[in-house]
Design a protein around this ligand. Sequence first.
Ligand SMILES: [Zn+2]
Length: 354
Amino acid sequence: MSTKFYALFIMGCFLPFILVAQSHFVFQEQNVAPGTHQQFKIKVSDGVDSTFIPVSVFHGSKPGPVLGITAGVHGYEYAPILAAQQIARQIDPATLSDTVILVHLANVPSFLGRSPYVNPLDEKNLNRVFPGKADGSLTEQMAYQITQEVIARSDYFLDMHSGDAPEDLRPYVGYYSSERFPKASQKGEAMARALGFDHIVVFDVAAERIDEPSLYCSQEAFHRQIPSADIECGSLGAVQTQDVQPIVDGVINLLRHLEMMAGEAASLNSPIFIRERPSVISPQDGIFYPLKTSGEYVSEGMKVGYITDFFGENPVDVFANASGIILYIIGTPPINKGETLLRIGLIASSGTKK
Ligand SMILES: [Zn+2]
């Protein structure tokens, strides 16, 4: 063999390995080396108030997809926030295929301020302002950073929630579906099944809605044709092991389903699908007495609770407006006119139409 051919032969042997060698993952202008993880604090400031978003980037030693995960978009929803801490400990970048971007706590001001729904610094709900604004209020800038740094970098996206402070919630997962993005819809359904919750809500997105601002964190991902799912697990702003563990188990199984982590992914064969979720709206301010809890099945017209005035008098009955499962119901006494008292999931026959 001539020297020239020998050189070509050697190149031929090693070129494939050179081409597939895993490169650094650049995050916040820093290199995360293959097989390592790094912690970041993304700074956000509107010139008056400031905060940060704690993010871990796990960059595997093998190629694969990028999975973005957010916890704590609502800082009073503790089960997913605590689950994220455990998930971080279970991801080994040495054996991971490509990258997990894990937002431990998207809304630090809401968390430290013990503030349900909104960031107390600007009174905005982070899950209603996506894709955010680079020069907006603090919450809008937080959404912008999450959009640019996490969602836009992801091939798959998962946002994790629970019942907020007053919400008695039955666990479920949701995924986005639209006739406009059939591939992302089907992959989203597969994600939802891999998460292992037995009730799956289909967030059907009308074709024209995709041209409007997404508003919701995971919907922003779907508007970018990224398969996208939500977990809702945990209730009443409480922390219970039975709510944290299914989230951890679900995410680990999702990583296996995406072939990012070794091991056989369990699959859920016959989940219950929900496509419609009518709300019952409170007709007045007062004190709410629920007679049902989340997860109970009700039929249309069934009494589910009542509201009294502040003297405990003049009760007004609340009735189910559909037949199905109570996904969540207000579980604490205060109620304001116009607020959602409960949401009922209507049982559907299937998920995304193939
Ligand atoms: Zn939430």
